[in-house]
Design a protein around this ligand. Structure first.
Ligand code: FAD
Length: 504
């Protein structure tokens, strides 16, 4: 079969493009070498944000587009996206107050804000958000952005793409791409199985930090790719304060750091910006990054944050377009799409950069670029569409959680709330007919066998880590014994699949 689009990369950009294209009637196949969102798209700060700091770099196009996307995305997936308030304490030695006020004024007005509350100034001597802060911080500003479960956003896009006819192949690497008459011959290598060759009219390289690697080793182009890999790391520490607001701290080096309430018991702190060379797989936080994040936060807090409070860390590589900026933190965060192929040659489109926040608009821009090759393709449609489980009003989350808690009172209310937050209106599918806790099968902490089955059937889960660190963050909550039991439970499934494949 000849596919219309062959997409390399199951991160937010690849999955967003697959969903948009499949919804317009194109025949789409997407390959991901690991698990969905196993690259950068599970390692972000998890903000759907305009990017206040990008205003300083005059990235008005990007900020405006991203600000508008906040509410579009909030409405499309209100189970995994929700409003947050950020407090920016004024630091006397850093940006002057008029500059901050101007930035926040633009932030409030550039992007068609209708749902999210506006900026307000805060007297930190009286407001609860001043309590954890040192006494010298007396004035601050509070503004809106949104939270997103980044890895779940990727999976929901993949699920929607599949429902609309796309083929999603995880643990399948694209190893070679060759132009032939009328399209591409693509060799794919599914883990533990024989290579296959498929044909497609257009190739989309959405390999994130591997975008250059795909160009050189898969497509075998000689030209060096204009990608700048910039590592960013986060630390997760024991909860630092009790209120629900986030902080945006300005650092003396001109950067900013966020402190965000995370997974009930923790505070997420990030991020850093360091140029990265070599393999983008499995990046690790360095000692100096940990120190940087601890000291940037401690500068503001009455009680310093120490290494002993660090419970988890993660790092990701930003696949930025190399615009020649001298510092990593100044490289553009906007996306750049490069269409390659002269007249008569099969086209290839490569994606550089792109925020989680702008994935939907990026996918629309991709469709516009490749539109001339598919005159039969439908029109843009994703702005009004909900993602799987997100077909309800954004302000009804609490009501729906309460209903589900009443209906499934054999589970702890906090667990039902977690399940709704993950699956939205699809949560009911895993309860189907269950009346007692035992109907849900074996439990690993709050995770039931029913949920695991759902994740395997619907969300491409194969291994314990897919659940612990991407479909959820249960890795932070399950004890070592519970995690070991889950690994033991999942192993036979992975092994049975392998031996079945080997036999047949
Ligand atoms: P990826 O998610 O890396 O996906 C590319 C995929 O391609 C990978 O999964 C990889 O395995 C696969 N692949 C590569 N080669 C092959 C091959 N040959 N065959 C098959 N598959 C292949 N954005 C925001 O909007 N908000 C934020 O708060 C935010 N914070 C961030 C913080 C940090 C520290 C970082 C690093 C980024 C942050 N971003 C944020 C940006 C955002 O996370 C990234 O821009 C985005 O996730 C990139 O997605 P992607 O799909 O392009 O790449």
């Amino acid at each position: 079969m000849m596919y219309d689009l062959f997409i390399i990369g199951g991160g937010i950009n690849g999955c967003g493009i697959a969903r948009d294209a499949a919804g317009r009637g194109l025949k789409v196949i997407l390959v991901e070498q690991g698990d969905l969102a196993s690259g950068t798209s599970s390692a972000s700060t998890k903000l759907i944000h305009g990017g206040l700091r990008y205003l300083e770099h005059y990235e008005f196009r990007l900020v405006r587009e991203a600000l508008i996307e906040r509410e579009v995305l909030l409405k499309s997936a209100p189970h995994i996206i929700w409003p947050l308030r950020f407090v920016l304490p004024h630091h006397r030695g850093l940006r002057p107050r008029p500059l901050i006020r101007l930035g926040l004024f633009l932030y409030d007005h550039l992007g068609g804000r209708k749902i999210l509350p506006p900026t307000r100034s805060v007297d930190l001597r009286k407001d609860v958000t001043g309590e954890p802060l040192r006494e010298e911080f007396v004035r601050g500003y509070e503004y809106s952005d949104c939270w997103v479960e980044d890895a779940r956003l990727v999976v929901l896009n993949a699920m929607d793409a599949k429902t609309r006819g796309a083929e999603i192949r995880t643990r399948t690497k694209c190893t070679s791409a060759a132009r032939v008459a009328g399209g591409w011959n693509l060799t794919i290598s599914p883990k533990g199985r024989k290579d296959e060759v498929v044909q497609a009219k257009v190739l989309v390289n959405a390999a994130g930090p591997w975008v250059g690697d795909v160009l050189s080793s898969v497509v075998r182009q000689n030209e060096s790719a204009k990608v700048r890999m910039v590592k960013g790391s986060h630390i997760v520490v024991d909860r630092l304060y009790d209120h629900d607001r986030c902080y945006i701290f300005q650092n003396a080096d001109g950067r900013i750091c966020f402190a965000i309430p995370y997974e009930q018991n923790f505070t997420l702190i990030g991020t850093t910006d360091e140029d990265h060379k070599g393999d983008p797989g499995n990046p690790q936080i360095s000692d100096s990054e940990i120190e940087y994040l601890l000291s940037a936060t401690s500068e503001y807090l009455k009680k310093s944050v120490t290494r002993s409070q660090v419970r988890w860390t993660y790092s990701g590589i930003r696949p930025l377009y190399d615009d020649g900026a001298s510092k990593a933190q100044e490289a553009t965060r906007d996306y750049v799409l490069k269409l390659d192929g002269s007249t008569g040659e099969a086209p290839m489109l490569s994606v550089f950069g792109g925020k989680i926040t702008t994935f939907r608009k990026l996918a629309e821009s991709v469709m516009e670029k490749i539109g001339p090759f598919f005159p039969q393709a439908g029109k843009p449609w994703t702005a009004q569409a909900s993602l799987p489980g997100g077909d309800f009003a954004y302000d009804k989350v609490d009501t729906l959680i309460a209903e589900l808690q009443r209906k499934y009172s054999f589970l702890k209310p906090a667990n039902v709330a977690r399940i709704f937050r993950a699956y939205g209106t699809d949560a009911e599918r895993m309860f189907d007919g269950a009346r007692f806790s035992k109907d849900m099968g074996q439990f690993f902490g709050p995770l039931s066998e029913r949920e695991i089955d759902y994740l395997k059937d619907e969300e491409w889960v194969r291994e314990a880590d897919d659940i612990l660190w991407r479909r959820s963050k249960l890795g932070l909550h399950l004890s070592a014994d519970e995690q070991a039991a889950l690994r033991g439970f999942m192993r036979p499934v992975a092994e049975a699949k392998r031996s079945k494949r080997a036999k047949g």
